[in-house]
Structure formats: structure tokens, C-alpha cells
Design a binder for this molecule. Structure first.
Ligand code: NI
Length: 192
């Protein structure tokens, strides 16, 4: 993985981001079995889409692909070229790709205000594990293990939930969950 992402340059195609309540977001994704060029291309385009959005993570279901893949980068910088120019320069890329991830160890608890590209306009505190250990494959199918903490750990848990058909509002109280689901359904209807 590290090799492929060395000297990462922002390139690729922008994919359409699926918003709630599309059924692909509430369906459990299936394992990736083929590690080929198409998979590499897909991951590259997912990263491109994520940076462009901008977001710090993007999972397969969010672009309509029901496969156990997510990409993330909790380190990149985004700076406006000049005040209110609406133009941004991205730098310090640290893209990571997780294929068939499994959270194998968890520790502690933390709360962080999360948002999601598939749930536009909603930002809420979510309880997560403070540290996680994850087993995953790279785009060549090689196995890796990583220990994550802070935002990296939170992002992994958020993205991993997408692969299990869960969005972050599913982690809130029933009252809040129902409220935001109704709000999103209404917003989507108005969109047409
Ligand atoms: Ni999300």
C-alpha cells in the first residue's frame, strides 16, 4: 500500500456521492475477492472524490459500490488561496486504502462531532472507541494490521460502519436518529 501511494498526486475521476436514504447505504457490503487493476482505479477515484468533496473518508456504499472498501486521509491540509476566493489548495496528502477491514481490538471511549458526505448538513457528537486495531488488505490483497487512535481511529469506525450498512446517525439516541432521518428524507424529496 505505502508503495502505491508514495508521492500521491491528486488525479482521478469524480464519482457521484450517494445520499441518505438510498438503500445502498443501509445494505451490508460484500467482501472484495478480486484484486486487480479495476480495484486500484476505483480506489484512486474514491480518493479523488473524497479530496474533492472535501471529506476525510469515503466508503464504497457512498458511491454506490456495495464492496468492503474505504479510503481516508485525516492529515491533508486544505487552504484557501486567498480570503473568500473559493479556491483551495490541498497538500500533505496521507491517503490510506482499506480493503476487507476488520476491527480486531478496541480500547477506551471518546466522543467526536461527526459529519458524513452522504448526510449533508448534519453534525452530531458520536461515541466511539478511542483506539482500534484493524486488519485489512491493500489493493494487491496483502494483509496488514494497523493500530489507530484519535481522529484516525474515529474515521476508521465511521467508514467501517458504512460497510455494515450503518450511518453515523444510527449511533445516536432513537429520538435524534428519527429526527435526522425524517429531515434527510424531506430534504431529498425537495431536491426532487
Ligand atoms: Ni460517512
Amino acid at each position: 500500500m505505502e508503495k502505491m501511494l508514495e508521492n500521491y498526486e491528486l488525479s482521478g475521476s469524480e464519482l457521484e456521492i450517494i445520499t441518505y436514504p438510498d438503500p445502498v447505504l443501509t445494505t451490508v457490503a460484500s467482501e472484495v475477492e478480486e484484486f486487480n487493476e479495476d480495484l486500484k482505479e476505483l480506489c484512486k477515484n474514491m480518493l479523488y472524490t473524497m479530496y474533492h468533496a472535501p471529506g476525510i473518508g469515503l466508503a464504497g456504499p457512498q458511491i454506490g459500490i456495495g464492496k468492503r472498501i474505504f479510503v481516508l486521509d485525516v492529515d491533508f491540509a486544505r487552504e484557501e488561496t486567498s480570503e473568500d476566493s473559493g479556491e483551495f489548495v490541498l497538500s500533505d496528502f496521507n491517503p490510506k486504502i482499506f480493503i476487507n477491514p476488520k476491527i480486531i481490538k478496541t480500547e477506551g471511549q471518546t466522543t467526536y462531532q461527526e459529519g458524513c458526505l452522504s448526510l449533508p448538513g448534519i453534525y452530531e457528537d458520536v461515541k466511539r472507541f478511542e483506539k482500534v486495531e484493524v486488519e485489512y488488505q491493500d489493493t494487491d490483497g496483502n494483509m496488514h494490521t494497523v493500530e489507530a487512535e484519535e481522529l484516525f481511529a474515529i474515521c476508521i469506525q465511521h467508514e467501517n460502519d458504512h460497510l455494515d450498512g450503518k450511518v453515523f446517525i444510527d449511533r445516536l439516541s432513537n429520538l435524534k436518529k428519527t429526527f435526522f432521518k425524517k429531515k434527510l428524507i424531506k430534504a431529498k424529496k425537495q431536491e426532487g
